[in-house]
Design a protein around this ligand. Sequence first.
Ligand code: PEP
Ligand code: CO
Length: 446
Amino acid sequence: MITDEKFPWDSWREREAKQQPQYPDEARLREVTSALRSRPPLVFAGEADDLRTQMAAAARGDAFVLMGGDCAETFRDTTADQIRLKIQTILQMAVVLTYGASLPIIKVGRIAGQYAKPRSADLETRDGISLPSYRGDAVNDHSFSEDARVPDPRRLLDMYQYSASSLNLIRAFTKGGYADMRRVHEWNRGFTSNPAYARYEALAQEINRAVKFMEAAGADFDGLRVVDLFSSHEALLLEYEAAMTRVDSRGGEFYNTSGHFLWIGERTRDPEGAHVELLRKVRNPVGAKISDSATGDDLLRLMDRLNPDGEPGRLTFITRMGAAHIRRVLPELLEKVKDDGRPVTWISDPMHGNTIQTSSGYKTRDFDTIMDEVEGFFEAHQQVGTIPGGLHVELTGDDVTEVIGGSEHLDERRLEERYETLVDPRLNHQQSLEMAFRVAELIRAF
Ligand code: PEP
Ligand code: CO
């Protein structure tokens, strides 16, 4: 591989890098990575440190992580409205969880950088024509033509730009009064008038009363007015992630400045692979997705590589096993890690092990199955005496019809009404809130 300069975090180049785009124009790629290296950081080292400290609290049971957003962000949908609705959904879920669980909720968006996707198949075939798979807007275009599917390195600069403008908006919304809890409580208007939500109405009314009480009492402190919303994405495209890695001026350590929290996907979590090697070098809090095929030894090797000294908050395992497997597989893994003693923050991704295809060809998930996996996650932790530290979900603030079920009983026939995702099906706004209520109950009962 050609590199103009050597960086201390370049050792990933000697390892096997799965799921990388094959760029036809290497010179252009080098122009792009060199340009990225001179751009300002998107997030700051001190912010990543704060999140690491908070993730450590979640591992101890003193906080709970809510991580959510699109499966794949797209350039086209990086608009003020879509970002606002997504943030609003996350904040509303967080209010429900904060109240229901009486715990600080650590809010992390799958946002401002989630533009690249790993794919199970290299090629997509339609009507006998095979083209390279869509790998996210950071790599190629979704439309089904030969030109559109050629990986273009200039898209990495677009990804930077879209991430920067998203973060700018997120900072304005969360620090500028929009996220004020006295406004966020307006969420439950449409919610409580829906008869299907009767089960949650009591909790919703309690929350409303509590917020109104604070308002009436003149409560006015920063915790009401501003929130921290961190950004996260899958650190998939190594050229981008390496180009966004910087030396921290405070102490000479390395930080990936493309997002606060970076995770490694199920397909790229080989402990000896390039993805683990790159994230091993940075100080950010990092995660790895864990499917039902993982063994206890796999996890210990990941801990050896990513968090050898057991620094609290540094390493998160995001389990995505499938509702049918989690009760069988997870307890043994929890035991292994517990015996090791080094802290891990455990988060449940109840989406990726539960994807199904309908007879009409839609990729969907069933809300009940998703909730079943979350419940299995809590049961496994209860059984072993470990801590369920958070939730990782694919959601949107829009009224899409991508996941079936939920109290509106969205059925298969309705998927075609508003199916907008380019990759995986997302919870819509109502399903997201419903999940928050259900998870709040699970935390309360734990
Ligand atoms: C994802 O989070 O969209 C994803 C592809 O997850 P996983 O790596 O768990 O399959
Ligand atoms: Co996904």
